[in-house]
Design a protein around this ligand. Structure first.
Ligand code: FAD
Length: 391
């Protein structure tokens, strides 16, 4: 291993940049290179589903340019550049730039995957209207979607999960007519019990959002006025534009092609080390000791621990209870979903002001919770009682 070769981070999302910042607090000298398939702008991705109503442009969401980040981090940042191959024996990356597809090679001393996640593939939808169907998972996507919304009024939103509900909340407050379609019987059904999901649904419906639940979009046809969607239930929705928010899938293909172990995400231990001891992973692309969590709080914890490890002090990450604030401002909500596979039952207390739902196991131990409306005041008290994600 040649110390002159840089530590290389693939990805300039929150995971890549948080790690670089934490690392530079501990080590100012090791050469550092970050590589990004996009333009390397530093921005807060969670704002993408809560900015239309505030009229925020993509430029306003950009916290710092890649140039500014390179200066701050004393790092080289290669933008619009894709890593297409990792030669683990030679410790060499193959890079292909967007501008003319120029290929280059880069040696690394240690390598970090912070490659994030992509939108899950669409279910089979027939028809010729798919060109009007958007997904938002980057600042560039937000720009395209926001531009396409200009002079439009009616939005078909596919997906009533966390991000779908946030977009419904944002779009309706920005003055759009929103129709939401989801296969599940109530919003956020994968993480909330029915009473809490219905509570959010009611608040959004009161603001003007129409829900079509327990059904799916079978066809989207292009029409002179926009699109016409036919649902499996037979209902027809006329809209100008569609947005799908159907979940994310970790970007693992580069790691997999390099022979690094992957499962749902890139498999790491609690020190964020992959099956190759010189290669690490964090953020949406990583499956940390069996935990795949696509949120900011876990990646922040991972960035701190991994920075220590990379600076010479091997450190394990420890996930505590990590509640997530759902940005449905029409009905403020906090969720701390129980770990998949945990045995237990929801115990729900509902009032006109909000819902408190506790997920308890057979011995009464709190394994997760969901709070809506005024019940969110109990967030800290429940967080203290709740079992940590990693015991
Ligand atoms: P990404 O942001 O996806 O970054 C991946 C980076 O890798 C990019 O720079 C990409 O260009 C680069 N890359 C990938 N492959 C290559 C390659 N081969 N070569 C070069 N570069 C490559 N979380 C919360 O906790 N709270 C919220 O309220 C919340 N709201 C959200 C709202 C929306 C709309 C979305 C989409 C997500 C939200 N999340 C929220 C999740 C959170 O934003 C993500 O967990 C986090 O941003 C992931 O960061 P990341 O750096 O791992 O991945």
């Amino acid at each position: 291993l040649d110390d002159k070769d840089p530590l290389v981070i693939i990805g300039t999302g929150l995971a890549g940049y948080h790690l670089a910042k934490e690392f530079r607090k501990l080590d100012q000298r090791t050469p550092l290179v970050l590589i990004s398939g996009d333009d390397g702008t530093f921005y807060s991705k969670p704002l993408l589903s809560a900015s239309l109503a505030h009229g925020k442009t993509p430029q306003q969401l950009a916290t710092a340019s890649a140039e500014a980040m390179a200066k701050e981090l004393r790092a080289e940042i290669l933008v619009h550049t894709h890593v297409t191959d990792v030669d683990r024996q030679a410790q060499v990356l193959t890079l292909v730039s967007d501008s003319g597809g120029i290929r280059a090679e880069l040696r690394y001393s240690r390598l970090v995957f912070a490659t994030g996640a992509h939108c899950a593939p669409l279910p089979a939808i027939e028809g010729d209207g798919l060109a009007r169907l958007f997904r938002v998972n980057s600042l560039g996507d937000y720009h395209r979607f926001r531009t396409a919304l200009t002079n439009r009024k009616r939005v078909l939103l596919i997906g009533a999960g966390l991000i779908g509900c946030e977009f419904a909340n944002d779009l309706v407050q920005a003055g759009y007519q929103v129709e939401v379609v989801d296969l599940q019987p109530w919003p956020l059904a994968n993480m909330l019990p029915e009473a809490a999901g219905r509570d959010i649904q009611q608040a959004l419906a009161q603001a003007g959002v129409t829900f079509h639940l327990g059904t799916s979009v079978a066809r989207i046809e292009h029409t002179s006025a926009g699109i016409r969607a036919q649902l499996a239930s037979g209902d027809i929705i006329e809209a100008d534009i569609a947005l799908a928010a159907l979940g994310l899938q970790p970007n693992t293909s580069l790691a997999e092609a390099a022979g690094v172990a992957t499962n749902r995400g890139i498999v790491t231990d609690r020190q964020l080390r992959t099956s190759d001891t010189g290669i690490y992973a964090l953020g949406d692309c990583a499956e940390v000791d069996g935990h795949s969590l696509y949120y900011v709080a876990p990646l922040t914890q991972c960035a701190r621990a991994l920075a220590q490890t990379l600076a010479g002090t091997p450190t394990s990450v420890q996930y505590g209870c990590m509640p997530v604030a759902v940005k449905t401002t029409l009905r403020p909500t906090v969720v701390c979903p129980p770990q998949p596979g945990n045995e237990g039952e929801w115990q729900v207390t509902a009032t006109a002001d909000g819902v408190k739902a506790e997920f308890l196991n057979g011995t009464g131990k709190l394994l997760g919770f969901a709070l809506t409306g005024s019940a969110i005041a109990e967030r800290d008290a429940l967080s203290q009682r709740c079992a940590p994600r990693m015991p």
